[in-house]
Write a protein that binds this ligand. Structure first.
Ligand code: SAM
Length: 277
C-alpha cells in the first residue's frame, strides 16, 4: 500500500525533522534485502522501520529482526502491520542510544533507509560499538554515498573511517521519486562488508600487536586536521618531533608533502605502524 494511504488511515503526517521519507518501490526493497544476503541464521538491526515496508521483507528471510524507531506515533502502525511476524522485535528509542551488546550476542547485519540527518553519527555509533555489524546495507544521500566510497585523491575522514573496517561500494542509485514524500536529493544504496577481524572483540588489537583502531584514528584525525595542508605539517598535532614524523613518513613510503585526501587506508596503516603508535 502507498505510504500516504497508510499514514492517512492512522491520521499521521510525515515529519521532515525525523527524515521521514518512506520507500515504496517494491523492486528496490527486494534489491536492498537481496544485497544483505540474509539467511535464517542472521539477526538484522533495522534503523527507523517507519511504516514497516522494509521490515516485513527482512523478516521473510532473516531469523530475527530488531527494528529501532524513534517516532512514537509510528509504533501502533508497526505493531499492527507487522503483527503476523513472530521474528520482529520493535524497539522504541533513538538508534544513537541503542546498545548492540544488550540485544545481540555476536555480529549482526544492519539494513536501513537511514534518517539522513544522522547518517555519519549512525555509522560511528555502530562501527565503534560491540558487537559490530558484519555487514551494512544503507540507503543514504547520493552525495554521502559517493563520499564514503571515494578513493584517493578524494578521501575524507568519513571515507577512511568506513573503509578502515571493510570494503564499501555503491550498490545502486535511487531516484527521489522512489520515496514518499519525495526528498530534495537523490539517494544511493551502499554496502559495507566489515572484515572478519573486526567482528570479534579484541582480535584486531591482538593481530596488529598494538592499540589498533584507537591509534589509527588518532593519526588519521591529525592528518586531516587542516584542509589543504601538507601531511607533514598536520601530523605535528601528534606532538612528535619533525624528525620522527619525517622518518615515519619515509618508512611508510609516503611523501610528506602530500595531502591527507591522497592517502589510502593501507598507507595510513603503514604510517601508524612506523610511528610505533
Ligand atoms: N524504513 C522506512 C522506509 O524505508 O520507508 C522509513 C525510513 S525513513 C527515511 C527514516 C526513519 O527513521 C523514520 O521512520 C524516522 O522516524 C526514523 N528515525 C529518525 N530518527 C531516528 C533515530 N534517531 N532513531 C531511530 N529511528 C529514527
Amino acid at each position: 500500500m502507498h505510504p500516504r494511504r497508510i499514514l492517512e488511515r492512522y491520521g499521521i503526517a510525515p515529519k521532515q525533522s525525523l527524515g521521514q521519507n518512506f520507500l515504496y518501490d517494491e523492486g528496490l526493497l527486494a534489491r536492498i534485502v537481496a544485497e544483505a544476503g540474509l539467511s535464517p541464521d542472521d539477526t538484522v538491526l533495522e534503523i527507523g522501520p517507519g511504516l514497516g515496508a522494509l521490515t516485513r521483507q527482512l523478516a521473510l528471510v532473516a531469523g530475527r529482526v530488531v527494528a529501532v524507531e524513534l517516532d512514537d506515533r509510528l509504533l501502533p502502525v508497526l505493531r499492527y502491520e507487522l503483527e503476523p511476524f513472530a521474528n520482529i522485535e520493535i524497539v522504541h528509542g533513538d538508534i544513537l542510544a541503542f546498545d548492540p551488546a544488550a540485544w545481540f550476542d555476536g555480529p549482526f547485519v544492519v539494513v536501513a533507509n537511514v534518517p539522513y540527518y544522522i547518517t555519519g553519527a549512525i555509522l560511528r555509533h555502530l562501527l565503534d560499538g560491540r558487537p559490530r555489524p558484519r555487514r551494512l546495507v544503507l540507503t543514504v544521500q547520493r552525495e554521502v554515498a559517493d563520499r564514503l566510497v571515494a578513493r584517493p585523491p578524494d578521501m575524507s575522514l568519513p571515507a577512511v573511517s568506513v573503509q578502515y573496517y571493510g570494503s564499501a561500494r555503491v550498490v545502486t542509485s535511487v531516484k527521489a521519486g522512489a520515496f514518499w514524500p519525495r526528498p530534495e536529493v537523490d539517494s544511493a544504496v551502499i554496502r559495507v562488508d566489515v572484515e572478519e577481524r573486526f567482528w570479534e572483540e579484541g582480535r584486531e588489537e591482538r593481530e596488529k600487536g598494538g592499540k589498533g583502531e584507537e591509534a589509527f584514528f588518532r593519526v588519521v584525525r591529525a592528518g586531516f586536521g587542516e584542509k589543504r595542508k601538507q601531511l607533514k605539517n598536520n601530523l605535528r598535532r601528534l606532538g612528535l618531533s619533525d624528525e620522527a614524523i619525517a622518518a615515519a613518513l619515509e618508512a611508510a613510503g609516503i611523501d610528506g608533502r602530500r595531502r591527507a585526501e591522497t592517502v589510502s587506508v593501507e598507507e595510513w596503516e603503514k604510517l601508524v605502524s612506523s610511528l610505533g603508535s
